[in-house]
Design a protein around this ligand. Structure first.
Ligand code: 6CS
Length: 338
């Protein structure tokens, strides 16, 4: 499924012919056709091609055509593609500061509050400094919905997670969080999760509902647990040198398009996650569990240790990012209640 030869060929083409200059912008996804990232990319393509009067063409590369998430990050840093999604769960080993988005029970239960803060946070400038050091331009921070657990056993309290081999993305924050719950995390690439579950090499995995449905994880699991412990956040990035070399009006066009897409993708993800849950319920006999606030509080308490791990790894800048986000989320929640 993952074609390394294709990845190398694209880097070579980009280096030798300067495709971006010729007006072709390559956009790599960490998800398959029909996913939230794909829906975003299709609309990005439509708006960019329209606003540039056809001078720019966007080519979309869904997951499986170029490489794993970490290979995609390498590819964009090298300039083989100009745009990509880089999810914190995969990016944190390279940029520890982005691990903040994987912390459990950081976000509000009200997704509109999260949306408001993510679209306008003072943490962006701090994050951008960290991204620039890796030759990346941070264009947008997007939520793809709540994470949900699927497992071969019922999970209602941390005791139920004892020894559970759960697949997570490789972020140290995630690994520490699931260890704190009592689980035994395994960090397989996304493309290997289905077979890992089917062959019983792993017991569980965690992803948003739309991804569970399109990757078929519900077909090989017995329980679907809605814990609302974390949001699936992703970041849209561009190759930094490519972005900096763009004429000002092209940068302005990009800002306009990515800003306009915030609301679009927020509404799309809500609708798609809702529809995919219905489809999972109709097409399988998976048992659905919704954690109560009391049950969630038990997980929350255990998860807090991951914040220390995050600060240890992300340092002073990381600590500032966490404080800023925390403050902005609490302030946004307070205004909502008034
Ligand atoms: O679990 C993962 O690795 C992936 N999950 C989603 C929903 N998007 C990209 C990421 O690679």
């Amino acid at each position: 499924m993952l074609k390394k030869a294709g990845l190398i060929a694209i880097i070579a083409v980009a280096v030798t012919t300067g495709v971006a200059q010729a007006g072709t912008w390559r956009f790599a996804l960490e998800e398959i056709d029909g996913s939230i990232q794909d829906i975003y990319a299709e609309e990005f393509k439509r708006r960019i091609e329209e606003r540039s009067g056809g001078e720019v063409t966007v080519e979309i590369y869904p997951y499986g055509t170029l490489g794993t998430s970490s290979q995609l990050t390498e590819l964009i840093r090298e300039g083989g593609v100009q745009f990509a999604f880089a999810s914190p769960g995969h990016l944190a080993p390279t940029i520890p500061e982005v691990g903040v988005f994987s912390l459990h029970f950081l976000f509000s239960d009200d997704t509109r509050v999260n949306q408001r803060v993510l679209g306008n946070t003072r943490a962006t400038a701090l994050l951008q400094a960290a991204y620039s050091e890796q030759n990346l331009q941070l264009l947008s921070v997007i939520s793809e919905g709540w994470m949900a657990w699927t497992a071969n056993r019922s999970i209602e309290t941390p005791t139920d997670m004892q020894g559970l081999e759960i697949r997570t993305m490789p972020s140290p924050v995630l690994v520490e969080t699931y260890r704190a719950y009592g689980a035994d995390p395994a960090t397989l690439p996304y493309a290997q999760v289905y077979s890992g579950l089917e062959l019983e090499q792993i017991d569980a995995q965690v992803n948003p509902l739309f991804a569970i449905e399109e990757m078929g994880f519900h077909e090989v699991q017995d329980y679907l647990i809605l814990a609302r412990s974390a949001q699936f956040i992703t970041t849209l990035v561009a190759n930094d040198a490519f972005y900096e070399d763009l004429p000002e009006e092209r940068q302005a066009m990009l800002d306009e398009v990515t800003n306009g897409l915030r609301r679009y993708i927020f509404e799309q993800q809500a609708e798609i996650n809702r529809r995919r849950l219905e489809s999972i319920k109709q097409s399988s006999d998976i048992k659905l569990i919704r954690l109560s606030d009391e049950q969630r509080a038990m997980f929350r308490e255990r998860s807090l240790v991951a914040r220390d791990v995050y600060i240890e790894q992300a340092g002073e800048r990381g600590k500032q990012i966490l404080n800023v986000l925390d403050e902005e989320l609490r302030a946004a929640e307070a205004t909502r209640k008034r």
